[in-house]
Ligand binder design. Sequence first.
Ligand code: PBG
Length: 337
Amino acid sequence: MQDKTHLVDEITGHRRMRRNRKADWTRRLVQENRLTVDDLIWPIFLIPGKGIVEPIPAMPGVNRMTVDKAVEAAKEAADLGIPALATFPNIEMELRDETGSNSLEKNNLINLATAAIKKAVPNIGVITDVALDPFTSHGHDGILRGNEIVNDETVEQVARAAVYQADAGADIIAPSEMMDGRIGAIRRALDAAGHQGVGIMSYATKFSSSFYGPYREAISTGGLLKGDKKTYYIDPANGTEAVRDAALDVEEGADMLMVKPGLPYIDICWRLKEAFGLPTFAYQVSGEYSMIKAGAANGWIDGERVMLETLLAFKRAGCDGILTYFAVEVAKLLAKR
Ligand code: PBG
């Protein structure tokens, strides 16, 4: 009988993958992807008032902040080297209505925050969403007429809201409401208002997902939402449809694309990057964040390592960056290395 070593050698021949894995230095040398602070976009939640930082129970470690506190947070993020923030307002219930009219208030919460942040911390990018869900009394991203989220009327409104957001200083408009034709409409509206330099990051492929739960608590839309968002978000079963949807956004003038949620749809990140070559981002959404935090709190997973592994996975999948509630935590960790 031949010895075992010989048998293995016959199979592997000269091919031994483990040579490059043998030491820390070889592993560092052959490492294909790296997560850096430049890859991070930090989503933050805004509340009206002054001097308040309020925890969100479903998202341990994440707070809602008044504008003054958001400015402090922006400074901290900029000092850590985080390139950009994405802002989401939790406005008063009295201000929410059927059409989300507060989205068209020049000095609404999101615009006040943008102006204050850009004034105090000009070097951090501010990315604003124009979906109507923070402003509607029904929690939908668009205008509800009867039982329908009406497309074209919503697009008109989000395009106008985008102009106000740009007037306030937003650097990138990120429409997440998934209406048809919105990217082209926003581009035309921005250009007509002289905002040629303001970019559009399309939430090109936003899936009708169950991972958004904690976010809906954060901006208090969970209790409001009637029905679901299946008539405008993409079916989680459909990858090719997602690529087609993104293709329209590219045609209409999107500067960057986003996939949302992140990890469950990581194949879409790869497909979009391969298909269009645009800067592509993943949104590691609230449910993804909270699952990791919950697992870690129970001692079931190593939260820090899982956080880093998920973020690196996005890089491997072709993403240029990640919107993540971990941004500050991970930036601090990367700074220590
Ligand atoms: C809606 C919107 C959602 C998120 C951001 N904007 C989804 C939704 O509530 O349907 C989710 C973000 C997250 O879960 O972290 N325009």
